[in-house]
Each structure stands twice: as structure tokens, then as C-alpha cells.
Design a protein around this ligand. Sequence first.
Ligand code: PMP
Length: 411
Amino acid sequence: KTKSFGAQYKTDFPILDQEFDGEKLVYFDNAATTQKPNSVLDAVDNYNRTINANPHRGAHTLSVKATQAYEKARETVKDFINAEKAEEIIFTRNTTESLNLLANSLEDLVSEGDEILISLLEHHSNILPWQQLAEKKNLKLKYLYPDENYRISLAELKSKLSEKTKIFSISQMSNVSGTINPVKEMAELAHQKGALVVVDGAQGAPHIKTDVQDLDADFYAFSGHKMLGPMGIGVLYGKKEILEKLPPFLKGGGMIEYVKEQSSTYAPLPEKFEAGTPNVEGAIGLEAAIKYLEKVGLDQIKKHELDLTAYALEKMKKLDYVEIAGPLDLEARGGIISFNIKDIHSHDLATIVDSAGIAIRSGHHCAQPLMKFYQLNSTGRISFYLYNTKEEIDRFLASLEKVREVFGYGS
Ligand code: PMP
């Protein structure tokens, strides 16, 4: 019997080959953090065993090798999102840091009365930095509202954009509802009003083949740990001509040209935005993750995730005690399903499902404005990646029955 897509790749991920109390692990928390294939684990290990040194300006062999490895990883990231130049790739810790960097460094480009436009589907990471900037500079923070099917229309965007909109920041895919936003069309509309366009690609880069030149976003942020790479490495892409105009966010070693007693000048891109010793092993791990994803093919992965989503949605829709918090059809949707079991809190749900070896998330998913809008206190969430299978979904569905039984609802 030939192995299914998911089963075929699962063997590359050693962590998935374990049992808890005799139950084989099912990992459905990929929107939070993904697992690492052997090639990523080996790349990081090998770097630490043979190269580890502080990059930049070191004259000794290891330092030169560390610098080369780090810059090679930058090239790989550049190619992965089809950026034009390597200096447009800034390594950060994660999406959150990328967005904070931006909100701080864009300060001089906005003034009182200007508007920042985001959506109600955003993760707190794409809300709080803009709230802070709005407060500091007396700007207005405006929101795009989704419809009853968790989608944001272009008409809604048109109605909220104005000549005052200076920054428009939107997620490529919601980490709660799985909604995929038409970011290319949105970027075009926002550019027509002269706004800078920021795309939160935390859930995009891992699942949707993205070409930043085609997308034409001014900035694009994502995290390594959501795409098979290590934690503590993230990316901020920015168009060179804009990044060059922005002041640095963090200051210190590695980002200077000259330092005098009372003032300093800064290094060119990308060093200007990378103060302090960088996470070289993280960058090496991210590079290996990208190589792995490209070998499998992002389009193949997306197809597989949609296949799993269609399968799960179809079955979940038929259960009268399940309420789905996200688009019910497959259009413009990724492999994330948020849901509730009637009368049962999502934390109880997650705990009981966990006892069957199944890892799912529960809570507000760092998106409280979205939860409030749809009058949800919390939801359970399953999210898929290349190594998941339909058999795992069957086990998950069976465990939902168990949740009902534990609470005395029976089947
Ligand atoms: N944006 C979205 C859409 C996310 O899903 C996440 C992570 N859940 C983030 C931003 C923040 O990512 P990180 O925690 O890696 O900074």
C-alpha cells in the first residue's frame, strides 16, 4: 500500500514518532508552532559542532565561516519570497519583533491626524504596535470588519481607505479563522491612496507560495518556528528604498559605521536593523526549513492542507454539537479550523482531547477583538501541516465524541 502524502513526510519528523499513555501523538497545533524535520535538526547541530562563532568583522576562520553561513541563509530567504535584494531581508526574533521594529521605525513618516488601517482579524502582534504608534503620534487606528463568513471584502477596504491612511497592515491568513485575505488586491488599493502596506505573513509564508515583488507589499513579516524552523528567528522584508529611509529600532553593536562620544552613524542595510549578536543558528535552521519546504513544494503542501480541511469540515459540519468559527467553504481558506463544542469550554475540550494523544489549541488565540466581534469567549483550534493525515482527523473526531461523553451528553 502506498503511503498517503502526510504519512510519507511524517517519518522525517522524529518528534512525531512518540506515544503518550499508549496513544500515538497527533499534532494539530501547527498554527502556533510547527515541528522540525531531521534536516533542520541536523543543520543546526552541524553548525554548532563545526562553525559556531560571532559573525561580522571577525578575522579568524570560524568567524568568517559563521558570517558566510549567516549571509547564505539570508540569500535563501531572499529567494524563498523572491525579494529583489538580500539587504531587504532583516533577521529578527519573530513576526512580533518584525512588526514592533516597523511600528517604531515608521514614526517619523506619520503625523497627527494620519490614519493606520488594520483588520479585526489581526493577531495581537499586528494590533498592539500600531496602538502604541497611534497613541504616541495622535493618529487614528481604524479597523476593517469581516462579514458573517469571516471574510473581509474589498468594498470594506475601499470604504475605510482615505488620503489620510498612511499605514495599512493586514494578515495574509488569520490564525483563528483560517481566512486568507486577498492581500495583493488589498495592497494595490492601499497604494492607490499612498499608504505603506505591511503584510503579516506569520500564517502565510509557511503555507502560501509568496512572491513579495508580485504582492508588492512594502513590508512582509514572518516567523521561522511556524514553518519547520527554529524559534527565535524571524524575518522582516522591506523594500530597500523605504528601509534605507527608516531609523534603526534597536541600537548597539553590529549596526554602526562610526561611534563618537556624542553621536553615531549607522551601518548600511541590513546591519542597520540587526543590532547585537544575531541568531546565526536560527538562520541556519530557517534556511534548512526553507530547503525542505521547497523540496516538498509549497503548492503541494497547500493542496494537502486543503484536502485535510475539506475532509474535517465536511464531517464537523454534520455534528450538531460543533460550531465552526471560520469560513465554511474552501474558498480563500487555509488549514486552520476554530470551533466550539456546545456547552463545553475549549480548555476542557483541549484537555480531554489531549488525553487521547491529540494536541490542539484552545483560548482566544491572541485575537481578542475578533473573539469579541463574533461573541466568542474562546475556541478550540486544529491546524494542519504537511505531516498530518486523514487518519489523524478520524481519531480527533472520535475523541470529540469522548468529550461529549465525559460531560454526560452522550452520542
Ligand atoms: N501574526 C499571526 C497571524 C500569527 O498567527 C502569529 C503567531 N500565532 C503572530 C503574528 C505572532 O508570531 P510570533 O509569536 O512568532 O511572533
